[in-house]
Design a protein around this ligand. Structure first.
Ligand code: ATP
Length: 289
């Protein structure tokens, strides 16, 4: 079962999730004592592959809750015509299997501020009604995610709708080291593997890119062993070769993010994304990427 130990860094977000979702389930008495209402819904936004889904799955693991991963675009296309009933069914099932974590991915696909189709509007309305119905939701906790926050319908961003909004950032140097450690854990790894050096070489790599580097590196000794050589550990050399093969995915997302945020004049709403994109731009201009 996935837990917070499988998620590198992101300590502030883990703390927020503990306070909004985990402790209310474990110690409702304390929330009652301090008259801190329980409103367990969190929106995670940020670049792809940096841990949003992983965090949601790990949250379910931490409280031994059932976990449903619902992609909003699937809802919109698949259930045309009977959307209300299906959204209600999702929440009803979750109540039945409580404690439950409902994870709604790609929430920018619902509503949105452009002209929306009638049935999409209805999905949004039903979704908002369920989101607002906290009193009778029992121990059903909501996590939602998007990597296009500039597309989210303003109705969803309104204060009070989600208990907390968290930017899940690209991993920095320390986080990358930790993510390498997590993904090399349990594999045979040679003593010469230098996580500091790997973290230095993987600026602009997402967590998913780093996992791919580790998977790719493992293929070298694995292939040799299949061909009959004695099995050996993954070496630093394997990892360095893998880093060269796997290209960082974050610059592409940041370029789009900056374009969209500027186009919609939303720089004030997403300063973290905007500043990071500008930093990347400077690096690119000086010829590094
Ligand atoms: P998307 O927006 O595309 O859905 P996401 O932010 O939900 O992306 P995840 O699915 O959580 O990304 O990450 C993909 C994989 O990358 C994870 O299953 C995990 O293996 C690895 N990964 C990403 N971030 C981390 C992290 N912080 N620690 C450890 N592994 C990570």
């Amino acid at each position: 079962m996935t837990s917070f130990d499988d998620v590198g860094d992101l300590e502030e977000i883990k703390r927020g999730i503990r306070l909004s979702i985990i402790y209310p389930l474990k110690r409702p008495d304390l929330y009652e004592l301090y008259k801190r209402g329980i409103k367990s819904s969190i929106l995670l936004y940020g670049p792809p592959g940096c841990g949003k889904t992983l965090l949601a799955r790990a949250t379910a693991g931490e409280v031994d809750a059932s976990f449903s991963n619902i992609k909003i675009p699937d809802l919109v296309s698949k259930w045309y015509g009977e959307t209300d009933r299906n959204i209600q069914r999702i929440f009803k099932e979750a109540r039945k299997n409580a404690p439950s974590i409902l994870f709604f991915d790609e929430v920018d696909g619902i509503g949105s501020h452009k002209d929306v189709e009638h049935h999409e509007r209805r999905i949004l309305d039903t979704f908002l009604t369920e989101l607002d119905g906290f009193e009778d939701r029992g121990d059903v906790m909501i996590l939602a995610a998007t990597n296009a926050p500039w597309n989210i319908d303003p109705a969803l961003m309104r204060p009070g709708r989600f208990d907390k909004l968290f930017f899940v950032p690209p991993p920095d140097y320390r986080a990358r080291m930790e993510i390498f450690r997590i993904h090399l854990r349990g594999r045979p790894v040679a003593d010469d593997c230098d996580l500091k050096e790997l973290a230095k070489l993987t600026e602009n790599y997402s967590g998913a890119d780093i996992r791919e580097v580790c998977d790719e590196a493992a293929l070298f000794p694995l292939e040799e062993a299949i061909k009959g050589k004695p099995s050996r550990c993954i070496s630093m050399d394997d990892l360095l070769k893998a880093v060269k093969r796997v290209k960082p995915s974050l610059p592409y997302w940041h370029r789009i993010a900056k374009f969209r945020i500027t186009e919609r004049r939303m720089e004030d709403f997403f300063p973290e994304i905007f500043e990071y994109s500008q930093k990347l731009e400077k690096i690119r201009i000086s010829g590094y990427i």
